[in-house]
Write a protein that binds this ligand. Structure first.
Ligand code: NDP
Ligand code: MG
Length: 380
């Protein structure tokens, strides 16, 4: 097995961990992409020698092109460049680890090009799940989840008949503010919200973990990946992050996937699927873990979670709206323009303002996304 990987978002948390796994497994890389971090991207290019590098920001792309004059790597820019990386002929597998809705078009491009797609970019499925699943049915590639919970469910389902699945049980760490009251959260700063107890991740997903938005997005992601309605998805807060998620079958047997909290494990599984090979992740010492605990999520204190469940129930473009509103609100919070609690307020209000649209096309999804972002920017 010597796969050739196109890695979108190579300079991020998932991207850099993917390259560690790629290095360890001796895989090839045919494309790498970043938004603007050309210093790191250049180092990656000089190590992995991809045919194509993409920088979303035009000026940074020009700079990288000049820096790479002595190499054979072609440099492209913008959304078009990302799509070119997603359907590059050399790739056996595309790993999409960009953050946010910007990942949707490249995801669709990869599927249309019959690529196997390892997906970390959950916003893609939340907003455009219907389009992605429809395209997958018409094409040859497989969709392999990278998100740790979904990888866990995917692993538990190997060899199981789909009709026997009764429930998907997603675990949630609860984030840094588990057990806090709204009053205690009123003055939370971005610096505090960026401290996650169990995972070291990019800024956006770390804030999403603190608001429980991340778990709401993951419920919608699970709905698409495993073809289950909201009524068949349960979320349990599991502070230890040892069980990465579970499935329950019709006979009430529950299977779980456990392991050290390290994203390199689900990343490696996505790259080697259906094989399992030795990897860089530490063994889990169960006696050191001792106890495993489970709690109900607190929907009152964390309204982003409730908004996601509501959006999934509404269907249509509501998930795209709730996701777009959240992306805009998280940006404002990180820029210290709104408070922590305002993220939830704005997400709920933007969802409320979104008219129901049941016709799902790329246009209606992008329009709902833009409307929700505008709502947040004009109501803060
Ligand atoms: P990071 O912010 O660390 O990295 C994001 C990557 O995407 C970077 O390479 C960044 O480039 C690039 N990027 C950002 N914005 C754009 C844009 N507008 N156009 C093109 N490229 C862009 O994110 P993470 O790695 O933490 O997360 C990536 C995805 O994986 C998210 O959807 C997240 O929810 C999901 N995920 C992450 C987990 C984790 O442990 N980190 C766990 C499970 C899921 P640059 O560096 O130049 O800014
Ligand atoms: Mg996750």
């Amino acid at each position: 097995m010597k796969k050739n990987i196109s890695l979108l978002g190579s300079t991020g948390s998932i991207g850099t961990q993917t390259l560690e796994v790629v290095r360890n497994l001796g895989l090839q890389v045919c494309a790498l992409t970043a938004h603007s971090n050309i210093q790191l991207l250049e180092r990656q290019i000089r190590e992995f020698h991809p045919q194509l590098a993409v920088v979303y920001e035009e000026r940074a792309a020009q700079q990288l092109k000049a820096n790479l004059a002595d190499t054979a790597t072609k440099v492209l820019a913008g959304e078009e460049g990302l799509e070119a990386a997603a359907c590059i002929p050399e790739a056996d597998l595309v790993l999409n680890a960009v953050v946010g809705m910007v990942g949707l078009r490249p995801t669709l491009a990869a599927v249309a090009a019959d690529k196997d797609l390892a997906l970390a970019n959950k916003e893609t499925l939340v907003a455009g799940g219907a389009l992605v699943m429809d395209a997958l049915q018409k094409h040859k590639g497989h969709l392999i989840p990278v998100d740790s919970e979904h990888s866990a469910v995917f692993q538990c389902l190997q060899g199981a008949p789909n009709r026997a699945l009764k429930k998907v049980i997603l675990t949630a760490s609860g984030g840094p503010f588990f057990g806090k009251t709204c009053a205690e959260l009123a003055s939370v700063t971005p610096e505090q919200a960026l401290q996650h107890p169990n995972w070291n991740m990019g800024a956006k997903v770390t804030i999403d973990s603190a608001t429980l938005m991340n778990k709401g997005l993951e419920v919608m992601e699970a709905g698409w990946l495993f073809h289950v309605p909201l009524s068949k998805i349960q979320v349990v807060v599991h502070r230890e992050s040892v069980i990465h998620s579970m499935v329950e079958f019709e006979d009430h047997a529950i299977l779980a996937q456990l392991g050290t909290a390290d994203m390199r494990l689900p990343i490696q599984y996505a790259l080697t699927y259906p094989e399992r090979v030795p990897g860089p992740v530490e063994e889990l010492d169960l006696c050191k873990v001792g106890r495993l605990t489970f709690y109900e999520p607190d929907q009152q204190t964390f309204p982003c979670f409730a908004a996601c469940l509501n959006a999934m129930q509404r269907g249509g473009v509501a998930p795209a709206a709730v996701n777009g509103a959240n992306e805009a609100a998280v940006q404002l919070f990180l820029q210290k323009k709104i408070s922590f609690l305002e993220i939830g307020e704005l997400v709920q209000a933007a969802l409320h303002a979104q008219p129901d649209v049941t016709e799902l096309t790329l246009d209606t999804i992008l329009k709902a996304d833009a409307q929700a972002r505008n709502y947040v920017l004009s109501h803060r």
